[in-house]
Design a protein around this ligand. Structure first.
Ligand code: AHR
Length: 512
């Protein structure tokens, strides 16, 4: 899609005097509904479940003997909520954890599985109660496909090759028979398989050239029966870095289907003091959205390199970790990365999903970090209780875009400004879903000013827009275990081609 951002002269005055703008934003959305852009791969809506904090244990897995109602050990309330919002793909077992994970620890009788120390995340005991079989159970319960991240950092070529054989072989090999003994007759399907994670950091502190050779070696020995080969993922760079994308795409000629990339949104952009999850003012609201919107430039830069090194467009660009990352709450284990989630997180989500749609030609898969109780979660749990976060609601509202065909759209918008910085006040997406319906999503980033939207869809002014709006009274509003629906979608409908998009709101509507 092609966005053009224009700045109203009034806003330029506000910018030069350091004032906040007061007038409604003027936004024109122009599109020809018969035009077709790329398909928005449903895997852009992928999730991430790492052995980290209360993400898997407690959040998803309570064990079959728990008093919390569960199926095969996975809590029914959380699974039902996740199924409602349509999870197409789950990445597991990490993250940094993946490069210390040894798959044999997580198979066979649970009481015989070794107890390890989760050295990355709080130094807690890892019982290995959730292993390969349990993860595939989870995927099956969710109706999701799987993205498994292999251990390059502290494993071996043999260990990774044998895990692949264990999961995918249909032969009478000892490993395939071990899988059968452990309760799974048929081989599983693996959609994506990652060779290492953050190899520039927790995955081994490597240089990209060194990683390239390791990648080639590991990928050579990942053998699968015909039709069972997963898409293989090279572990790429992060934030403003483009070197990893460049070196990998130039030097790995075969056996790689895409390159991963990580970018986290920290309000302050400082890892030492990232910013508070729920106590912030308009300055930190703006700073957070400004940081998250850098995703646009970072995607453009990496995609430009891929377009040069891979002009046929064979490699995907997989943003397999993204989302907000705040300071740990005072009374919580900092290594568990638990954080609350406000309307600000909802707006961050909509901005990023709109960007992923914009670059859907190359961005085929992403995984927000993470699914339950960790970082920008969909769901938070407290004992037997659970709540849906504002981020959950955006995923739910946007689920109509999974596998939809993007419609090129021009979005002319005034800016939302603070000090010397400017962001587009409104971003959006337009697409035709699989059932032929047209959907429009718009997000107003400005916490104070409404946006006056003019729709110019083939000059037809008789459209009905019907769907949902997500907003709240205050920028810091959140859902708590006492009040679970402070930030929840409400019906939204208009017949006019000129309508108002409230401040700090997200709308997803069907266009009739
Ligand atoms: O998502 C939390 C961590 O962030 C992951 O384990 C790691 O890959 C990244 O640094």
């Amino acid at each position: 899609m092609n966005y053009r951002f224009i700045k109203a002269s009034l806003l330029s005055v506000a910018l030069s005097t350091g004032m906040a703008s007061a007038a409604p934003h003027q936004v024109t959305v122009t599109a020809d509904l018969e035009q077709q852009g790329p398909v928005i791969n449903k895997d852009i809506y992928g999730q991430f479940a790492e052995h980290l904090g209360r993400g898997i244990y407690e959040g998803l897995w309570v064990g079959p003997d728990s008093s919390i109602p569960n199926t095969k050990g996975f809590r029914n309330d959380v699974i039902d909520a996740l199924k409602e919002m349509s999870v197409p793909l789950v990445r597991w077992p990490g993250g940094c954890f993946a490069d210390e994970y040894h798959w044999r620890d997580g198979i066979g009788a649970k009481n015989e599985r070794p107890v390890k120390v989760n050295t990355h995340w709080g130094g807690v005991e890892e019982t290995n109660a959730v292993g390969t079989h349990e993860f595939f159970d989870l995927a099956e319960l969710l109706g999701a496909e799987v993205y498994i991240n292999g251990n390059l950092g502290s494993g071996s070529v043999q260990e990774m090759a044998e895990w692949m054989e264990y999961m995918t072989s249909d032969k009478n090999s000892t490993l395939a028979n071990l899988r059968r003994e452990n309760g799974r007759e048929d081989p599983w399907d693996i959609k994506y398989f990652g060779i290492g994670n953050e190899s520039w950091g927790c995955g081994g502190h490597m240089e990209p050239d060194y990683y390239v050779d390791l990648y080639r070696q590991y990928a050579t020995f990942l053998k699968t029966p015909p039709g069972k080969k997963p898409l293989l993922v090279g572990s790429g760079g992060h934030t403003e870095d483009t070197q990893w994308t460049d070196v990998l795409s130039k030097n790995i000629e075969r056996n790689m289907d895409g390159i991963s990339y990580h970018f986290y949104t920290l309000p302050t952009s400082e890892w030492e003091t990232k910013g508070h999850a729920t106590e912030f003012g308009k300055d930190m609201w703006f700073a957070t959205l400004e940081r998250t919107y850098r995703m646009d430039e970072y995607l453009q830069n990496n995609i430009a390199i891929l377009d040069k090194n891979d002009p046929e467009g064979e490699l995907g660009f997989y943003v397999d970790e993204w989302g907000t990352w705040y300071d740990a709450e005072e009374d919580r284990e900092p290594g568990f990365l638990y954080q609350q989630n406000t309307l600000r997180d909802a707006v961050v989500t909509a901005i990023n999903l709109n960007l992923f749609h914009k670059y859907a030609e190359r961005v085929h898969m992403t995984n927000i970090a993470q699914m339950v109780n960790v970082l920008q979660a969909m769901i938070l749990t407290d004992g037997p209780d659970m709540l849906k976060t504002p981020t959950y609601h955006v995923y739910d509202m946007y689920s109509v875009f999974q596998d939809a065909t993007a419609i090129p759209v021009e979005l002319d918008t005034s800016d939302y400004t603070m000090d010397d910085k400017a962001l587009p006040a409104v971003t959006g997406s337009l697409a035709k879903s699989k059932d032929g319906s047209t959907y429009l999503a718009l997000v107003n980033l400005d916490p104070e000013n409404v946006a006056a939207i003019t729709l110019d869809l083939e000059g037809d002014s008789n459209k009905t827009l019907k769907g949902e709006i997500l907003t709240a009274k205050n920028i810091t509003d959140k859902n708590t275990f006492e009040q679970k629906d402070v930030v929840a979608p409400k019906p939204f409908e208009t017949k006019a081609s000129n309508f108002q998009l409230p401040a700090k709101s997200i709308v997803v509507v069907k266009v009739n």
